[in-house]
Design a protein around this ligand. Sequence first.
Ligand SMILES: [Zn+2]
Length: 415
Amino acid sequence: MSLAVTNAAFDGQLVGLRVEDGAIAELGSSVEPEPGDEVIDATGLLLAPPMVNGHTHAAMTLFRGFGDDMALMEWLEQKIWPAEAKLRPDDVYWGTRLACLEMIRSGTTKFLDMYWHGAEVARAVVDSGVRAVVSSVMIDQLDPAKGEAARPEMLEALERIAEAGVGITPSLGPHAIYTVSPESLFWIAETAAEREIPVQIHLSETEQEVTECIEAHGKRPAAYLDELGFLGPRTVLAHGVWLDEDELGLVAERGATVVTNPAANMKLAVGGFLPYPQAARAGVALGLGTDGVSSNSNLDMFEEVKFLALVQKHSSGDPATLPAEDAIAIARGLRSEVVRGTPLEPGQPADFLLLANAPELSLGDLAAGVGYAASGAVVDTTVVNGRALMRGGRVEGEDEILGRALERARRLGLA
Ligand SMILES: [Zn+2]
């Protein structure tokens, strides 16, 4: 199957782009469609690389608007955990379909996920046509026996995720150092290394986590994980709000990635953000995520780019911190091997966007427009693996997805 895009604005000129077998075959001002190509006339549209959501819990779209404005523990104990206890595989499937729909509409073609029923997440991703690094969340409540008993199930989930189909990278997802025992973390790190797969964990989201880690283990969270052999080039650390300079140096040395989630950090009032200037100086690989809808409340990576740049400027007291181009590169997954976005170049996977010539993008510097002015609503067309999942703002099957997700939310008593 081949696809051609004509008359798209890119890098200050009008270009054509051709896709063959899911990859970009040609890109340039003289590229024309060939016989048999499906053709998208992009007159008036801007060609752009897509976003990669580096940390989320996709199916939590079902919990949107459920228990906002509450303190973290109160919200988890009174709202989220009782509702999650009722989750069935089908709920996770339709919640993830709803998340994928929102992501396709707002220009995200790949995400890193950690949630219950990972195999259902993977199935929803494949059916939606996008890409994801999928992990089933693992919690043993610091009980090594419980962790050991869960291993066969974890391995089975990993197999089912891996078999889901095109676009899926299987991964392991221990929830955090305060919910998973060191024995389980060690085993997970070993298993991930053997299989050469990514591993995702929340780290240093709150100051309390750091204090408790020092009390229990005599060291800060990154050093604790490193001692367990957990930090490597396929490790993804979500948040990293309270990482200090030594920890950032260690994370950089091991090649692990930190995914920052500024909107969720603000909404849950965790008291800070990943210290970007120090992380950049240390050479830490970086990604950007929305976190789950419950703590954001959307999956719009354009909006997240603005939050990222603004909170870093604000907290450093320097407006030159994190220019728009750098913030966008992080959001496109171009600053981390494991998050791994797709630049617009021949030979790369054919994942790209066509942006409308909306008021927010009609004048001035394009990076500033994308980084500070636009929301995901400027996305007109989303292509993944050479297949147009959205054209002219319409996604095939969206009404069914909205209806089925609402049914599932009602069943859970959420809507
Ligand atoms: Zn999270």
